[in-house]
Design a protein around this ligand. Sequence first.
Ligand code: SF4
Length: 316
Amino acid sequence: MTETKKPLTILLAAPRGFCAGVDRAIQIVERAIERYGRPVYVRHEIVHNRHVVETLEKRGAVFVDELDEVPDGRPVVFSAHGVPKTVPAEAGRRNLSYVDATCPLVSKVHREVERHHAAGRTVVLIGHAGHPEVVGTMGQLPEGAVLLVEDVAQAEALAAPDPDNLAYATQTTLSVDDTMGIVAVLRRRFPSIEGPKLEDICYATTNRQAAVKAIAPRCDAIVVIGAPNSSNSMRLVEVAAGYGCARTRLVQRAADMDWEWLEGVDRLGITAGASAPESLVAELLAACRERYEVTVEEIRTTEETVVFKLPRALVA
Ligand code: SF4
């Protein structure tokens, strides 16, 4: 006798998963392997996703932490998160061919902080200490020129050398709501602070958070597919919890699912961080179908049409 499966409604957030910057970075590595042959070195995880990294490794990419691990004569790709200025300078000094896969929206923030610095302003960067994007953005200016603020408490305590001559910029993958709170404190304390009209948080981060906000109040539980070191994925977990679905967790892929955790859940929300491929969502849906009688409803809050061009050196 076949056991009847319990029903499970899955609300699939859209947009979810890969953004244009991640898509471009992966294509850059693939094309660099085609053009230069194996191995192509990649400084840092090209994007924060183990599955993506392992797939590229099989095709001939070698991931390293620092440039001194790249042998002379081999090409190197810089990750989507961006790099401090010292990195391309060192690659140039060693005559290494390099391709910069920094997301154009991160490069835009780099130019912003340079512009403020050139105008004599002290730059306050809102972001998470140690995240590669923050390291890269701070590394656009001389050491000590950027003040990092991670939260409201640090914004309240910030001691600026020249309080009337400040500007702020933000990491691209922060929580929209938390960042608004930090910016509000900075604007109250330093009324003349300059900054972008909207925060530098990118379209993909904003859209994925909006989509998860839309499903959160309707879900008994939410799974965010992503990596623990992926900033935008972790923010999706927090946003889901903050918008009515306390039972939310990050899962790297279907094999890591704790099915007991789903006990009593009738409506499950699923989304994926900007560095998680859609194949991992499909894999989780298939694993759910093995255990439940699944009905899928996709909740789309916006259409995305952003595509970034590849660097000229890699286009035919
Ligand atoms: Fe670019 Fe945003 Fe994607 Fe980061 S999350 S790679 S900033 S589009």
